[in-house]
Design a protein around this ligand. Structure first.
Ligand code: ADP
Ligand code: MG
Length: 411
């Protein structure tokens, strides 16, 4: 095996050296594959004190997949940065996390295949009249989850009064507590098909454009129909390297999307083969990409160097004009230092090094097919662009300010 992947699990609440008891089966499956290094972070220190304590630190920058409990997008952003300081680069950045974790963010992309929703951002009135004008029946959620339990209705009639709704909302906020996210999301209620009293729901895990697992997820028997392949693959390229989609069969036999999630914090299904899941995850994660988007630029010609403002050409490693491939933002330094791949002075092949962003100009977006370049990116310890729409959109966004900066400097 050429390269291990790293998985990050939360520890047990009381024992920082042991995995969280509820994730022990997953941990064992991960170990059994022999494909992963595992790092534990202290559950209590992170979730209760905002501090990252690892059972061991990687020596060099290491890409890692988190498997564990949900966090609010704000908390995940902190998680991403704190881990980065400890040489752990999460495969999913915080905006990718938020995209799939909070359903209203992805709603417009899946709108053709999901019941309608109305959102009420935190702080706005959840108005029963507004709801009534759209739906007869609805489900109440925040941007991420519903509340389950006998005391809380799964289906509301739009005939309830504003006061009744307000009372339910109070209970809802109480149940969600610190995990309350975004605002209230009202979903149109639809009739789902039942088999022996159980709905027919599936969870698909997607990794870099591939479906790595599709499992029954509502404790239904083993012989219920599966969602159509066409529908499953229609959504294989959303904006996150590792995510889930839940599907359900409607009473009329058609299929809908129920919700989406970040793959790192979505549970596996009851009875699923955990080891097979982690093998498939590994293969999809390490699979070489056949092409990638990339931000490219050229090394500047003249620039002043040091206190004496000596004029230099190119950089220590690269001659002027050298084409360099530039990795996505790696640090919270506003892209001052960048990871580049390029052909060095007086040597063959390519090197990957860190240089100041101001040594590069003429930024542009490119589709990379060159096998030598792809091979370096596939093997790199830094994260490189992949081939999703999200990568292209991100580079296009960066180009507007990168080339703007260039202009300012030449004025
Ligand atoms: N629009 C809907 N109409 C009818 N039932 C639904 C709808 N959305 C979800 N459900 C049912 O409610 C359950 C919980 O809803 P879901 O959106 O998955 O919330 P949670 O975040 O709590 O998992 C689903 O598993 C499904 O059985
Ligand atoms: Mg669900």
């Amino acid at each position: 095996m050429n390269k291990k992947m790293t998985i990050l699990f939360p520890s047990d609440y009381f024992n920082k050296k042991a995995v969280d008891e509820d994730l022990k089966n997953e941990y064992d499956a991960v170990m059994a594959t022999g494909m992963y290094d595992v790092i534990l972070f202290s559950y209590d220190d992170w979730f209760n004190n905002d501090t990252i304590i690892l059972d061991h630190r990687p020596e060099t920058m290491t890409r890692a997949i988190y498997r564990g409990w949900m966090m609010t997008p704000e908390k995940y952003e902190q998680f991403e940065y704190r881990l980065y300081d400890q040489k752990i680069d999460l495969i999913t950045n915080h905006w990718e996390y938020e995209k799939m974790h909070a359903f209203p963010n992805i709603y417009n992309k899946v709108i053709e295949d999901t019941p309608r929703i109305i959102t009420f951002p935190k702080g706005t009135k959840v108005d029963i009249e507004v709801i009534k004008s759209s739906f007869n029946r609805f489900k109440l959620k925040d941007y991420v989850k519903s509340v389950k339990g006998e005391s809380f209705p799964q289906c509301f009639s739009s005939d309830i009064t504003q006061d009744e709704l307000d009372d339910y909302l109070k209970v809802f906020y109480q149940f969600r507590g610190d995990l309350f996210t975004g605002g209230i999301c009202i979903k149109e209620f639809v009739d789902l098909k039942k088999y022996d009293g159980k709905t027919n729901e599936y969870r698909a895990f997607y990794v870099r454009g591939q479906v790595i697992s599709l499992c029954r997820n509502s404790l239904q028997g083993n012989y219920t129909p599966e969602p159509p392949e066409e529908l499953i693959y229609k959504y294989a390229h959303l904006n996150n390297p590792f995510y889930t989609i839940d599907f359900a069969e409607k009473e009329d036999g058609s299929w809908i999307i129920i919700e989406t999630g970040d793959g790192q914090v979505s549970g596996l299904s009851e009875g699923q083969d955990y080891e097979a899941f982690y093998r498939a995850l590994y293969h999809a994660m390490t699979r070489d990409l056949e092409w990638r988007w990339c931000l490219v630029g050229n090394i500047v010609d003249e620039h002043e160097y040091g206190e004496d403002k000596e004029i230099r050409h190119g950089t220590k490693s690269f001659t002027r004009g050298t084409k360099v491939y530039i990795a996505p933002v790696q640090w919270g330094d506003g892209f001052e230092r960048i990871v580049v791949l390029g052909k060095p002075r007086r040597r063959l092949g390519l090197i990957e090094i860190i240089i100041p962003q101001k040594r590069v100009e003429n930024y542009r977006l490119k589709k990379i097919h060159d096998p030598r370049v792809l091979e370096r990116m596939n093997k790199s310890d830094h994260s490189w662009w992949e081939n999703t729409d999200a990568d292209r959109e991100c580079i296009e966004g960066m180009l507007t300010w990168l080339n703007e900066d260039d202009k300012e400097e030449s004025l």
